[in-house]
Write a new protein. Sequence first.
Length: 354
Amino acid sequence: MGSRKMKNVTEELLQEYLETYKEAYLETVERFVPQEGRKSLLRMPYLSGETIGYVSTKFGAGYEYVKKDRPTLFVKRSSQRIEELFLNTPRRVSRLEPHYYIAAKDITIIGLPHEGRFPFRLTSETASLRLIGVSFKVDTWSRKIDYAEIFANRSVDFWDTRHAVSRAKDEVFVHLLYVQKARERSLSLSDYLNKFKEKTVLLLGDYEEDGMKRLGIIKDALLELGYEPILLKEIPEHLDYSLQQKLIVYGSVARFVMIDDSSRGGHLAELRDVENSKWVAVILRLAGSESSYTVRGSSVTSKVIKEYSYSSETLMNVLEAATKWAEEKVKELRRSWQDEYPWRSEGKPDSSDR
């Protein structure tokens, strides 16, 4: 028997998703974000206006918020690809070279005008793009976007309401941590995000006394290298998240994961989630330490995990080599994702590598 065809989202299902997301988001903000902190939430100013959903029967789905005096919600459906459906471009504009080829997920473009080209193309099945305060113009055609999120994925499962609730909570959860980290550095939230968001490293290991000492030393070294290391133990206990839920949320937004496997600890369970999520990960091991044999050799069967041995004298040199490998692996994966899909034009730049 052949494989069953994947079901795709409908107008009704997308509308239900958007309603659920908004309700869960506002409820979470009300419970956990103080009034003075809500001004920095990117999504918040738009939820009192118009919401438009977009369903393509060919490729992709998405939605946008438009500033209006009262809240409304409706969904448009078309046989056009999501880019043409969302942008409403005339054919002559659709044939132009795009400004951006988007292969990675969670790419954000904020506050930039673009002229003379077709705005963007999604070039992989996992690609997604967030646009905030962006305008596009080609001759007499123009399009101004207050806030929009566009996805290549249009499957029913992706747009299920249970994901709407978890994504809404996760977005607020991540925001709260960024606010905390910005405060620790005496920076505004915008300055912190500009300087450190793309340098976030999720640091895992043994949380007992000796393990925490090692993690602290590794954290300081990563800070010296310009990274923003985050320990799960440091994340505020918002939203009643378990350590595993925190791991999934922050592993998803981190540049890569780093694990100190120099003693037996909770990271043994966390490594399984790292492997299952296929995140780029570095495993560090203090020379002469008693680590777990269940972790040793993880890199043998994975192309995205690499193991390094270090001593107190060599730690900085090892971290320089490890972070260099991780950065190259992240870029390699992004290029590979682009090359997997036949509709991608060869040799075109992908904004995710910038």
